[in-house]
Design a protein around this ligand. Structure first.
Ligand SMILES: NC(=O)c1ccc[n+]([C@@H]2O[C@H](COP(=O)([O-])OP(=O)(O)OC[C@H]3O[C@@H](n4cnc5c(N)ncnc54)[C@H](OP(=O)(O)O)[C@@H]3O)[C@@H](O)[C@H]2O)c1
Length: 327
């Protein structure tokens, strides 16, 4: 994958570059897509990337060019004492090891240093060896999707102004707020015990939505239409639904046969899905049952309609057959 920049995203113009630095001095460890994108935004917003460290020098160099940082290395010892924050953007499985190695770095003033990581599932506890040396530690998870098949340049606009899921000491949270501000973003505090559920929610927001669109495309292909661009067709209904939810709530935005208690239509849909795309029945039934719960919360169906709809949906398959259908 080339990260060459065909069209550059706006870098600080001469006026901006000549302004005094506003943001913190950050060293990035892990020259992947997250480190590159957030490093670039930091620089565009007036901060400074003082070092890029990665496992492979080629990755560090590529990211260094993107975030306008000349100090690139494979060695943690290249992080200069001037660094105020070290941001670990390595894969989450490598964070513990890298944190342990960083804690042995002789050239850093840990009492003046903050260290954070980008994992959504790990808390600040994984940085304990650094906290023990006096560093301020916190987790700093960008609540956004950074697909590795996209260039960092392409992702930058969608990563500006996002939320960061944070936990840490009071000092850590204060530092997280400063770092978020310097990325034009904001902080949401996630209690450590809820971190995994928070990350599962992020998976629903991005990965499940993507899977849902893949299912939609597959169902559309089963229709036999000559229209090839499924998303062009469905974009208005998808976008309007999201906008309606944004303006009101999921319950208020719900329409359709389940919300109306339309038993016959729901039965016909289940039969059509079973006949054309049978492997989608587990998904279709599970989400239909959740839609019944939402319709009941909305108040558009009564208790009797809820029971009838549940019975109908459950009757269209057992858990065993769901397993077989998904093979
Ligand atoms: N991708 C997303 O959508 C997303 C969203 C939110 C949060 N995150 C989190 O952000 C972090 C980074 O994710 P990513 O998608 O940017 O991953 P990535 O593209 O795979 O980048 C990680 C980089 O870390 C480097 N690396 C691996 N092990 C290392 C080590 N021991 N020491 C130094 N560098 C090492 C790799 O460098 P080399 O190329 O040099 O081998 C790689 O370029 C993860 O914790 C992830 O959970 C990701």
């Amino acid at each position: 994958m080339s990260w060459g920049i065909a069209r550059r995203s706006p870098m600080p113009d001469t006026r901006k570059a000549s302004q005094a630095r506003r943001g913190p001095r950050v060293a990035i460890v892990g020259a992947g897509v997250v480190g590159s994108v957030l490093g670039r935004i930091l620089v565009e917003e007036g901060g400074e990337v003082v070092a890029v460290v990665s496992r492979r020098l080629a990755s560090a160099r590529q990211a260094g060019r993107f975030v306008r940082c000349r100090r690139v290395s494979t060695e943690l010892s290249s992080i200069p004492p001037a660094a105020e924050i070290v941001y670990l953007t390595v894969p989450h499985a490598a964070i513990e090891e890298v944190a342990g190695a960083l804690a042995l770095h002789p050239g850093l003033r840990f009492d003046r240093l903050a260290v954070c990581h980008a994992s959504g599932v790990l808390t600040a506890d994984v940085l304990a060896p650094l906290a023990q040396r006096g560093a301020t530690t916190f987790s700093f998870h960008p609540l956004q999707t950074f697909p590795r098949t996209f260039t960092p340049h392409r992702i930058v606009p969608s990563a500006r102004g996002i939320f960061y899921g944070v936990d840490g000491s009071d000092r850590g949270v204060r530092m997280a707020r400063r770092l978020a501000r310097s990325l034009a973003g904001r902080v949401v505090i996630i209690p450590p015990e809820s971190r995994v559920l928070y990350h599962a929610a992020c998976v629903v927001a991005s990965n499940h939505l993507t899977t849902l669109m893949a299912i939609l495309r597959e169902m559309f292909q089963g229709i036999g239409s000559s229209e090839h661009e499924f998303f062009r067709l469905f974009a208005p209904i998808v976008n309007a639904t999201l906008e309606n939810i944004r303006q009101t709530s999921p319950a208020d935005a719900l329409s359709g046969p389940v919300a109306r208690g339309g038993l016959e239509t729901v039965a016909a849909h289940l039969d059509a899905v079973r006949s054309v795309v049978p492997h989608l029945m587990p998904y279709y039934r599970a989400v239909s049952l959740e839609t019944v719960r939402l319709a009941r919360a909305k108040g558009s169906i009564d208790a009797g309609q809820e029971v009838a709809l549940r019975k109908l949906i459950i009757s269209r398959g057992s858990e065993e057959s769901l397993f077989v259908e998904s093979q």
